[in-house]
Design a protein around this ligand. Sequence first.
Ligand SMILES: Nc1ncnc2c1ncn2[C@@H]1O[C@H](COP(=O)(O)OP(=O)(O)OP(=O)(O)O)[C@@H](O)[C@H]1O
Ligand SMILES: [Mg+2]
Length: 264
Amino acid sequence: MRKKTLTICFTNNKGGSGKSTTCSNVGAAMAMAGKKVLLIDGDMQLNLSLSFFSEEEVLSMAASEQNLYAAIKKQKDLTDFIVPTPYGNLDLIPSSTLMSSIEYELFTKWQRELILRKCLQKVKDAGIYDYILIDAPPTLGGWVMNILCASDRVIIPVEASPWGMFGLANMFEFLQEVRGIAPELEVMGVVVTKVDTRKNYFKQTLEILKEMPDIYLFSSYIRVDSSIEWAQDSSAPVVAFKKNSRSAKEYQALAEEVMERGSR
Ligand SMILES: Nc1ncnc2c1ncn2[C@@H]1O[C@H](COP(=O)(O)OP(=O)(O)OP(=O)(O)O)[C@@H](O)[C@H]1O
Ligand SMILES: [Mg+2]
C-alpha cells in the first residue's frame, strides 16, 4: 500500500542547538517503531551522515557523486541517491563538504527556492516512506529556504540558553518570509535540548516557550547526557547504541510525540 509521506525538517540558525542529534535519533526511533524513514543530510558538516557511518565511509560518499550536493547541482531525482543505513527501515541521502557552495549553485537557477522540493517529489509520490526527515545547517538563506519549502512541518530544537532564545526570534521572522512561498508549511513545535536540570535557567526557558502564542512546546525534552557523545563517537544514534540510557528513552518519547502530532 502507498504510504502518505510526511516530510519534517529540523532547523535553527543557532549553531549547536541539537538539530543533527535530534534528527538522527527521532529518525532511528521511528524506524525502530516500524516506520519507514528517509533521512536527508542537508549540511556540509556531514553530522547526520556521521551519525550512521564511519568518517571514512562518509568522506568516500562525499567525494563520490552519491550525495545531495551532486543531485541538487544537476537537479536530479533523489531516488537514485538513497543509501541504506545499517539499521532496518532507515535510509539516508548523505551530504558533501561541497554543500558549502550550494548557495552559489542555486543563485542562477529558475525557481531556486523550490529545487529540493522538485528533486524530492518522486520519492514522496512513490509512497515508500512514512517520514522524510531533513537536517538543516545553522543558517537562514536560500538553501534553508529550499529545505523548508520541501517540508510539510518544521521542528525547531532549542538549547536552553539566553543566546538560544535570542536566535529563536530570527528563526520565526524567517519562517514568516518562507510562508509567502510555502503557505502550507507548519511549525510542528519547539523541542528543548541539552537541558541541565541543575540550572534554573532551563525552567525559565520552558516558561517563556510555554507562554509563546501559537507555538507547541514538545513535552519531551532532552537532557545533557554523555551517552549521546559516546554514541556519536561510534557512528550510531543513541537510541540504538545504548537503548536503556536516559537520552535514548527521551528521544523515543519525543519520536512518539512527533508521530502523534504528525498524524493530526
Ligand atoms: N543531549 C545532549 N547531551 C550531550 N551532548 C549533546 C546533546 N545533544 C547534542 N549534544 C552535543 O552538542 C553538540 C551539538 O549538537 P548537534 O550537532 O546535534 O547540534 P546542531 O544544531 O546540529 O549543530 P549545527 O548547528 O552545528 O549543525 C554536538 O557535539 C553533540 O554531540
Ligand atoms: Mg547539525
